[in-house]
Design a protein around this ligand. Structure first.
Ligand code: AMP
Length: 411
């Protein structure tokens, strides 16, 4: 499935492209059509699954189609903490850059000036409000927030909101909202309290359940920050002189696979490659030789990775960072099958840092970066990795100040 399959409006697709997303995550595949279909939704999904985009993308699309004035509040997103509200707001800012969705962030910063800014913004109105419950209640109590045109309510991390004692606040906020609306509830877990809440506030909801898949625990995962021209030398130093019966190297393109194969062949490694230019028969032949250990190293593209079911692969090398977390988990899962342990190493060049960071965010963990062997020289620095992938800084610039200011990007 691709993002094209959702038939989202062009400005939303441009936002997706600018954010660098290539393929919808499983929660996005499941939730986006339901939301576009106008149904209430209960989604069981943790942070890291891509749940934020799962509700923001259809929301921005629907808002483009609704012809309400830009200053009438049409959607409310409630999140338990300031940090989460900030993250949602930042993603909204990125995705809606081309759609011109106006939004207000109401999560406070503790200062009186911040509160006044939020108040002014709320009085002017905007299409989307992203808020924490307590702060929103303070504004609601003062009587200037007009929710009469609201059509969408999103409760994010609902289980956490209940744990933090926000139920009375949420019920109070709900009493200010029109009954006819679409309600989406996201929660990592579904305890009894959440069930009771969903029974009360959702109408005929559809439900999706998605936990993020993670590589098996017995895979040792690590990565190298490495320039392209250092990669072959790194492979040599990883393989030479070690007892590694089966090594699988993934490269992203057919040309890459062929190149790695031919360089390793020239260096007298026992290697062959598998890619879509080969006839089925030739592929089977290579696979059989790999399975029977006649071949030590197999170089492959992602396209064929799903067909590779060979136990006992001791080392998987990602010559390029995989396109997304699903592909990463899939490639890494080629090792450590059948309870055995294995090692999966990913090569990250200077252009792929942001992509790998997103994979780490999906997995909810940071993968250890190893130092290159001294004879290979220095690779890209870890500092450059830490700085990479900052979409807001690189793309949007500072188009909006702190919470409370109304944003309406003019192209
Ligand atoms: P979330 O679960 O919404 O907190 O998202 C976790 C991370 O995954 C965030 O850094 C998102 O930017 C990123 N992400 C979400 N969906 C995708 C996607 N389809 N492709 C690539 N990255 C994504």
């Amino acid at each position: 499935m691709t993002f094209n399959d959702f038939n989202l409006a062009d400005p939303v697709m441009e936002g997706i492209e600018a954010m660098g997303y290539e393929k919808p995550s499983p929660i996005q595949e499941a939730a986006i059509p339901i939301i576009l279909g106008g149904h209430d939704l209960i989604a069981c999904a943790q942070t890291g699954t891509g749940k934020t985009a799962a509700f923001l993308l259809p929301l921005i699309h629907r808002l483009l189609g609704d012809h309400e004035a830009d200053d009438s509040i049409q959607a409310l997103v409630i999140a338990p903490t300031r940090e989460l509200a900030i993250q949602i707001d930042q993603q909204l800012e990125g995705f809606s850059y081309f759609a011109n969705t106006s939004s207000i962030a109401v999560y406070g910063g503790g200062t009186g000036a911040g509160f006044d800014q939020e108040k002014k913004a709320l009085q002017r109105g905007a299409q989307v409000i992203v808020a924490t419950p307590g702060r929103l209640i303070s504004h609601l109590n003062l009587g200037y927030v007009d929710f009469s045109n609201l059509k969408y309510l999103i409760l994010d991390e609902a289980d956490r909101m209940l744990d933090m004692g926000f139920l009375p606040d949420i019920l109070k906020i709900l009493s200010h909202l029109p009954v006819k609306r679409q309600t989406l509830l996201f929660s990592a877990t579904m305890p009894e309290g959440i069930r009771r809440l969903t029974d009360r506030i959702l109408i005929a909801p559809k439900q999706v359940n998605l936990a993020v898949s993670k590589p098996a625990e017995n895979v040792l995962q690590a990565a190298y920050l490495v320039y392209d021209q250092q990669k072959i030398a790194l492979i040599e130093s990883l393989i030479e002189g070690k007892d590694l019966p089966l090594v699988l190297i993934f490269a992203s393109t057919k040309a890459g696979v062929k190149e790695v194969e031919s360089i390793l062949k020239r260096k007298k490694f026992n290697v062959s490659a598998i890619h879509s230019d080969l006839e089925q028969e030739q592929r089977s032949d290579v696979m059989n030789r790999f399975r029977s250990r006649e071949l030590q190293i197999l170089v492959a593209t992602d396209i064929v990775s799903r067909g590779i079911d060979v136990d006992d692969i001791s080392l998987v090398i990602n010559y390029n960072v995989p396109g997304d977390a699903e592909d990463y988990v899939h490639r890494v899962g080629r090792t450590a099958r059948a309870e055995k342990s294995g090692v999966a190493l990913t090569f990250i060049n200077e252009k792929e840092m942001g992509k790998f960071k997103r994979i780490e965010a999906f997995l909810g963990s940071t993968i250890r970066k190893l130092l290159l062997p001294v004879h290979i020289g220095e690779g890209p620095s870890i500092e450059s990795y830490e700085r990479s992938g900052n979409f807001r800084k690189n793309f949007i610039g500072n188009s909006r100040g702190k919470g409370g200011q109304r944003r309406n990007n003019n192209r």
